[in-house]
Write a protein that binds this ligand. Structure first.
Ligand code: BGP
Length: 484
């Protein structure tokens, strides 16, 4: 959106803040009526610094259900935000947060996923969190589904593979929209919806010995059900709480060609389209032609109900959000759609990588913002970005200049994109407080401005400490991005 004046600054109402997810911070996995979720049956990775998400099978679910401890399942303990939320929100307020992105655990509200009445104690917790935010004038940005579902629905109907899950999910979303009407201005439906193509965890589907083609069929079918549920949620929200806005959420990973060979450029473009496919459906309201061709060539046949396409068309999202951590590189004939590993893909010799092999690319953020603004012309929101690192805690703090450097470079590129004309709503960096890593279930992969005293095995006082980056981010927000 061209605005008079150059250079542009961050808009006055720019939404600075941070983002977390229920199963990575809350803990209290089995209290106040909460049901078990898919996240809480995922074991800690054996091999540190490797992204290894064990397959969730029928057997591993039963083993996990039988285990009443959190020893092997760190997402059951998080960082005990459930009992520390007042202190944590006070620290967010001290940094000057305008917005806090968090997710509502479906299984706190509908423990098994298929009840007709919500669990009041579950709703009460989020009432309390939102009241606390209101005290500090911090807006809530609520993710309705962040990498978890009630295990009851996985067992009963294999998660999102079943069309019945749409009605279960939309009973949950309707409950939330009614209950929090007027208090939550922004919602996201599915966190990183596209990662459902990489693994089963995100869709609550049990792994099985399917062929590559069968896996693709299963995953895209489950994702179709999520698209429909997301469109229905949009319809519900617009009817129930017309002032609130709802967005899609993509794990944005730009693919560059490995060489200027047109075959590599074309392959990279196709990979990139396949990443943006999800936003194409959710923002433009239809399956794009290139995916119809891809489905035909890979013998993927989606079952759709007669009015699904009309629903998608009628209820696109209001804004587009995405996470941004890295970019990747590809060559012709080297696609890797089922790899279960976010960090695979080609090496880019121009980029440095994090300790976990994530290729750090601030300029890529500007490229993505510019491209997505051109493609969709809807407001964009960067709802995750950050550096996972092993921090050295000494004298009550962490000197995390590396984190400041990473964030500063990305924020500078957002500013460039704003000058390019992009309508950017805000920035919620990932993990303002240390939390359990999604991909490795480790504690020692830390993102926060706030250090939490807990190790990978759950030992520690859970005390919170400010890192150097805490005061740096405070100054960034206070100066509205001018003082980096
Ligand atoms: C995104 C997820 C988050 C989060 C983040 C960092 O993919 O939405 O839940 O954890 O990545 O990933 P990790 O924790 O694996 O370092």
């Amino acid at each position: 959106m061209y605005k008079e004046g150059y250079p542009q600054q961050f808009p006055k109402n720019f939404l600075w803040g941070g983002a977390t997810a229920a199963n990575q911070v809350e803990g209290a996995w089995n209290v106040d009526g909460k049901g078990l979720t898919t996240a809480e049956v995922v074991k800690k990775a054996d091999d540190r610094k490797k992204i290894s998400m064990d397959a969730v099978t029928k057997e591993s679910i039963e083993t996990a259900i039988a285990d009443p401890t959190d020893k092997n399942y760190p997402k059951r303990r998080g960082v005990d935000f459930y009992h520390h939320y007042k202190e944590d929100i006070q620290l967010f307020a001290e940094m000057g947060f305008k917005i806090y992105r968090f997710s509502i655990a479906w299984a706190r509200v509908f423990p098994n996923g298929d009840e007709t009445e919500p669990n009041q104690a579950g709703l009460q917790f989020y009432d309390d969190v939102i009241s606390e935010l209101e005290q500090y004038h911090i807006l809530p940005l609520v993710t309705l589904s962040h990498y978890e579902m009630p295990i009851g629905l996985t067992k009963k109907q294999n998660g999102w593979l079943s069309r019945d899950t749409i009605a279960d999910f939309n009973r949950f979303t309707e409950t939330i929209f009614k209950h929090f009407k007027g208090r939550v201005p922004y919602y996201l439906t599915f966190n990183e919806i596209n990662t459902g193509v990489w693994g089963f965890h995100e869709t609550g589907v049990v792994d099985s010995d399917q062929s590559h083609q069968e896996q693709l069929q299963t995953r895209y079918q489950a994702l179709h059900h999520q698209f429909v549920a997301s469109a229905i949620a949009t319809k519900q929200l617009h009817e129930i709480d017309p002032d609130a806005k709802i967005g899609s959420m993509l794990a944005r990973m730009q693919t560059y060609p490995a060489t200027p060979n047109p075959a590599d450029v074309q392959a990279a473009q196709m990979e990139d389209d396949k990443n943006l496919f999800f936003t194409d459906v959710q923002a433009r309201g239809e399956y794009p032609e290139y995916m119809n061709r891809y489905f035909a060539e890979n013998n993927i046949k989606l079952k759709m109900a007669p009015d699904d396409q009309e629903l998608l068309k009628k209820y696109p999202v209001d804004f587009i959000s995405f996470s941004y951590y890295m970019t990747t590189v590809t060559k012709a004939n080297q696609g890797a759609e089922v790899n279960g590993n976010m960090a695979t893909g080609g090496r880019n010799p121009y980029l440095e990588e994090s300790d976990w092999g994530w290729q750090i690319d601030p300029v890529g953020l500007r490229i993505s913002l510019d491209e997505m603004w051109d493609r969709y012309r809807k407001p964009l929101f960067v709802v995750e970005n950050g550096l996972g690192a092993v921090d050295k805690f000494e004298d009550g703090t962490v000197h995390d200049a590396y984190r400041i450097d990473y964030l500063r470079k990305h924020i500078e590129q957002m500013k460039q994109a704003i000058e390019d004309g992009v309508d950017l709503m805000g920035y919620t960096m990932w993990g303002p407080i240390d939390l359990i890593s999604f991909s490795t279930s480790e504690m020692s992969k830390r993102y926060g401005f706030i250090y939490v005293d807990q190790d990978d095995d759950g030992n520690g006082t859970l005390k919170r400490y400010k890192k150097d980056s805490f005061n740096w981010y405070k100054q960034v927000i206070a100066s509205n991005g001018a003082d980096l």
